[in-house]
Design a protein around this ligand. Structure first.
Ligand code: AMP
Length: 175
């Protein structure tokens, strides 16, 4: 890759708890050249693929998905934490390391029979994306591509997200 995206990702040790190296993308957002690089790379990756809509996960996923959806001229579907969406929703519970989480999407926003690119800022275990894929499937749509700006493949997200193709702009392989 000619563009050094790594230089724009802030690494914060021991956040949110000891032993976790946090890859912070807010430092991409404050650098227009890095943010534009990401959006253009996404458009390059997906403009020739058969994608009907993009679905993004709260909250950092929204930031990358919104300009991408506008550039592509496709609908943007928001997947939110429970209790944020005002309309009738579909919801999905999933396990975190020590707790359970629940995500929701507006039922009428899910386009039945359509092909969806599912997106988040960073893919760690892939648990959130997996639950999101199931949520969209329950609504009758098909996730045909998964994208993250950053990937941590040593956490084996490929396994849980198979067979959906997963693409990331930059990968880190542990400390
Ligand atoms: P996961 O379901 O494990 O793939 O990750 C859930 C969410 O947590 C992702 O949307 C990431 O934004 C965030 N996350 C997990 N691990 C990290 C990390 N090491 N650095 C930054 N964000 C992370």
């Amino acid at each position: 890759m000619a563009f050094n995206l790594d230089a724009y990702i802030r690494k914060v040790p021991d956040f949110p708890k000891k032993g976790i190296l946090f890859y912070d993308i807010t430092s991409i957002l404050t650098a227009p050249e890095a943010f534009c690089f990401c959006i253009e790379a996404m458009v390059d990756l997906y403009s020739k693929k058969n994608i009907d809509a993009v679905a993004a996960i709260e909250a950092r996923g929204f930031v990358f998905a919104a300009p991408f959806a506008a550039r592509m001229g496709i609908p943007l579907l928001l997947i939110r934490k429970k209790g944020k969406l005002p309309g009738i929703t579909l919801s999905k519970k999933y396990d975190l390391e020590y707790a359970q989480a629940e995500i929701e999407i507006h039922r009428e926003d899910v386009p039945e029979g359509k092909k969806i690119l599912l997106l988040d800022d960073l893919i760690a275990t892939g648990g959130t994306l997996n639950a999101s894929r199931e949520l969209l499937k329950a609504g009758g749509a098909e996730v045909t591509e998964i994208f993250g700006v950053v990937g941590l493949p040593f956490l084996n997200y490929d396994k849980i997200l198979a067979p959906t193709p997963v693409t990331t702009l930059i990968q880190y392989h542990g400390e």
